[in-house]
Every structure is written in C-alpha cells, then in structure tokens.
Design a protein around this ligand. Structure first.
Ligand code: AMP
Length: 296
C-alpha cells in the first residue's frame, strides 16, 4: 500500500533526496483514467506521488464542492494497483492556511470556454497546481487530455513562470460506450450514463465532418450541435473548435493541435469532453489511450 501523508511538512520530509519524482494531481475518487496517469508516471520515475485534494479554490459558489465524491479507501486501492508510492491528502487548511493571499491568474488560454463558464476556475487550478509543483518538486507531472483546456493552462503557466518540470499529457480513457471516464460520472444512473454518450457522439460527428473535407468552423460546430440536439436532456454550454491556444477561428487548418471541445449539463451534472479534430491522429480511429476498462 502507498504511504499516506497529510501535511506539506510530512510530504517534504518523505521526498527529501529523491532524485526522480513523478506527480499525478487529482481530486480523488479514482477511476481507470487516473490509474493510467499513475502508470505513465510509474514507467518514467523512481517515485510516484499522487495528490488527492478536492481544491475548494477551483469550485464556484454554486458548484458541486460539497457533494463531490470522496472515498480514500477506494483511492488507496486504485493507487496501489497502479503503482503509486505516496498519497498526499491535505486538508484545505493545510493548503490555504489563514492569511493565504496569493493567486496565479492567467489570461489568454484560461479565458474562453470553461474559463468563461466557470469564473475563477482556472485561477484555482493554476494556484493549486503551482503549490503542488513547489511542494513535490517533481521531474514530471501528469495531466489528462480529458481536461484539455486545463492541460493548456498548466503548460502555459509552467512555461511562463519557468517551472522546472516536464508536463506530460495523457490521452483520454473512455468506457466502451465512448463516454470519457470522470469522477462526476458517479452522479449518474446506468441509463443516464448511456444517454451521456451524446457528448462523445457529437465530437465524433465533428471529426467525421472534418474527415469529409469540411473546414468551415461554423459548419463543423453545427455537425456536433445537431447530434447534441437529439438528446433533450443535454443542455449545451459550449461546443467549439479551437486551436492550441484555445482560439476559435472561422476556418480551420490542418494543425494537429486543433481540437473540438464540448461542455453540457445533463441530469444536473456538468460534463466535458474533447477530441482532436483529425481522428487520424489515432491509428485505426483509436487513440492509444482509448482503453475500454469497463466501470471503475
Ligand atoms: P480529476 O480528479 O478529475 O481532477 O482529474 C485528475 C487528473 O486526471 C486530471 O489531469 C485529469 O485530466 C485526469 N483525468 C480525469 N479523467 C480522465 C480520463 N478519462 N482519461 C485521462 N485522464 C483523465
């Protein structure tokens, strides 16, 4: 079983002198997507640290902070199986003691999409990620492509602030149905999970339009929105085709960083997903990380 440490001081003591550390930041309630990040870290580092912290700073006042699923036993089990050495599980008061006054705020990549829909969200993400990077001082830190804009924000911050870490992006792990694995899927019933596949189906429709030669961003978007509209329970927040800097353009080019992102509210839960615009980046239509792990 991995060792559990609770405070920044314990963490620093446990890691003293460790040469090659890989960090996997999470909010817990681990599933096979998280396990894939841990395994990637395991393959490349002597020591793997998993942080489990439901970061209050990245939740809006009307969001699901209070009901976010938490289960440390489950997290320990998944973390052990995937090969983590150390679980860092701080309390909010350890991360944000009285008097805490600093925020890491990005412009540009953090502004549209989830940045617009969730004011302050990426400031909370960037602040906690920089704190974790400073606490753990890892050689590499692992983030899922599932949260594509978050990955762009973290890469931007690390570059802008000269943080000495390699940011590793890990492809999205999906259920066989196509649904991207997410801790928030725990809010949904089996039938609702099935209906939530409308998100990945909408993204695939955009990929299909692109593969058919469509390069007009509005028409690419419409191909996805048409699929979303078939599911009355899906209330779209956005569906956008963006470049690597999260900018929407009128016409898309063949840059492999072009991506289609979607967010929608379904059954009271906000779900997000994304895919590369060019599905051929995934041999045989399958992303290398597209595992079909069943339910975890
Ligand atoms: P979370 O616990 O949801 O904050 O996620 C922690 C990390 O796991 C983030 O870097 C996520 O992008 C990543 N992650 C979450 N779900 C998946 C998934 N289905 N596939 C790959 N990575 C994921």
């Amino acid at each position: 079983m991995p060792r559990v440490v609770r405070t920044p001081a314990e963490l620093r003591a446990a890691l003293r002198g460790q040469p090659s550390v890989g960090l996997v930041p999470t909010m817990g309630y681990l599933h096979t997507g998280h396990a894939t990040l841990i395994r990637a870290a395991r393959a490349e580092n002597a020591v793997v640290v998993l942080s489990v912290f439901v970061n209050p700073m990245q939740f809006g006042p009307k969001e699901d902070l209070a009901r976010y699923p938490r289960d440390l036993d489950r997290d320990l089990r998944v973390a052990a199986e995937a090969g983590a050495d150390l679980l860092f599980v701080p309390e909010a008061g350890d991360m944000y003691p009285t008097g805490f006054s600093t925020r890491v705020e990005l412009s540009g990549v953090s502004e549209p999409l989830d940045g617009a829909a969730r004011p302050g969200h990426f400031t909370g993400v960037a602040t906690v990620v920089l704190k974790l990077l400073n606490l753990v001082q890892p050689a590499r830190a692992y983030f899922g492509e599932k949260d594509w804009q978050q990955l762009a924000v973290v890469r931007r911050m690390v570059a802008d602030l000269n943080v000495p870490v390699e940011v590793v992006g890990v492809p999205t792990v999906r259920a066989e149905s196509g649904l991207a694995l997410s801790s928030r899927n725990a809010y949904l019933s089996a039938e609702e999970l099935e209906r939530a596949t409308v998100l990945s189906r909408a993204l695939r429709a955009v990929q299909a339009a692109y593969a058919g030669g469509e390069r007009d961003a509005a028409r690419l978007r419409q191909a996805g929105l048409d699929v979303l509209a078939t599911e009355p329970e899906a209330v779209p927040d956005y569906l956008a085709v963006v470049d690597g800097d999260m900018r929407e353009r009128d016409a898309v080019d063949d840059d492999p960083m072009n991506r289609v992102l979607v967010a929608a509210r379904m059954f009271g839960v906000r779900l997000i997903d994304n895919m590369p615009l060019d599905a051929r980046q995934h041999p045989g239509g399958q992303h290398p990380g597209d595992q079909h792990p069943g339910e975890l």
